[in-house]
Design a protein around this ligand. Structure first.
Ligand code: ZN
Length: 303
């Protein structure tokens, strides 16, 4: 049993309109689902991904309007890395982000920057045969576009603590320098650790809430049992309507989810209109009249 790399990365924003502008307009991702946080249906859960809303390309945000800025620390993911195809793609992004007033740092085969709320992001040129997961955007050709996740990086002072769970239970494959490969039959990505800053982390706008790993649907129940047997205390399987999920903390403190690949975002609206209207899973539909007026109005990035 193998996990198929990153399924999605979920973060926090205090500014949904600014978030849509940055991820959909500037970075060129597709807003594939506009729904509510199922654990707090008065706030948005926004999903950005490739054209099809694929797992492996899906960065999501809970909106807590006007939330104060957080700060990544030990036990938190602090950086999200996407793949791009080439050095010319990095040139393009360096120029596009620079023109938008975003400070970038170019390194060998990578470009680092932060989103408007301070979340650390990186584009990296990597060798891979994985299918590029690309969204359509009028100003960004497919060769230059973001192609899905390469990795997430988390802070821990003691990577050894997480080693048994990651290697023996989750079948992550150790690489050099505190990185693990997480690869299934179809797709893969990396999970890496860095030395944490001295100050403790604080959740809030611009921080990562959790990272989800992708499971073929048929393996999901077995993953839940395996994580439970390892003593990592997973939640029961929760039906998130667009996928099924379990959650647990790995020993370094990072909140992990294992989510099924599918049924996906086209289960309740047509593929060509993903993300345009507020989607509420059946159990939440009765709340529409109450919650819709409470939510921050958002532009349709393709309108
Ligand atoms: Zn999640």
């Amino acid at each position: 049993m193998k996990l198929e790399g990153i399924h999605h990365v979920t973060c926090i924003t205090g500014d949904a309109p600014g978030n849509v502008d940055f991820y959909a307009r500037l970075l060129g991702l597709r807003l594939v689902k506009k729904t509510v946080n199922q654990d707090d249906p008065t706030v948005y859960h926004l999903f950005y991904a490739d054209e099809n809303g694929s797992s492996g390309a899906d960065i999501t945000f809970f909106e807590y309007p006007h939330a104060r800025r957080g700060r990544a620390g030990a036990g938190m993911v602090h950086r999200v890395v996407w793949r791009v195809a080439s050095e010319p793609a990095l040139d393009f992004w360096e120029r596009r982000l620079g023109e938008a007033g975003v400070t970038t740092g170019r390194a060998d085969k990578s470009l680092g920057f932060t989103d408007p709320e301070g979340l650390d992001l990186e584009l990296a040129v990597v060798e891979t045969t994985d299918e590029p997961l690309v969204a359509s955007h009028p100003d960004i050709s497919a060769e230059l576009a973001l192609q899905g996740f390469d990795s997430v990086r988390a802070y821990t002072a003691d990577p050894g603590r997480s080693r048994p769970l990651l290697e023996q239970t989750l079948a992550f494959e150790p690489q050099a320098t505190d990185c693990y490969k997480v690869r299934g039959e179809r797709r893969g990505s990396f999970y890496c650790y860095d030395e944490p800053p001295a100050e403790p982390g604080v959740g809030g706008a611009g921080t990562v809430h959790h990272v989800a790993w992708a499971s073929p649907p048929d393996d999901h129940e077995a993953w839940q049992q395996r994580v439970a047997r390892a003593g990592a205390r997973p939640t029961p399987i929760i039906d998130r309507f667009y996928f099924k999920s379990i959650y647990f903390r790995e020993p370094s403190g990072v909140l992990f989810e294992i989510a099924t690949i599918g049924p996906g975002f086209a289960t309740d609206e047509p593929r060509e209109h993903l993300g345009e209207r507020l989607s509420l899973p059946p159990d939440f539909e009765h709340l529409r009249a109450q919650v819709e007026p409470l939510l921050t109005p958002l532009p349709n990035p393709r309108g």
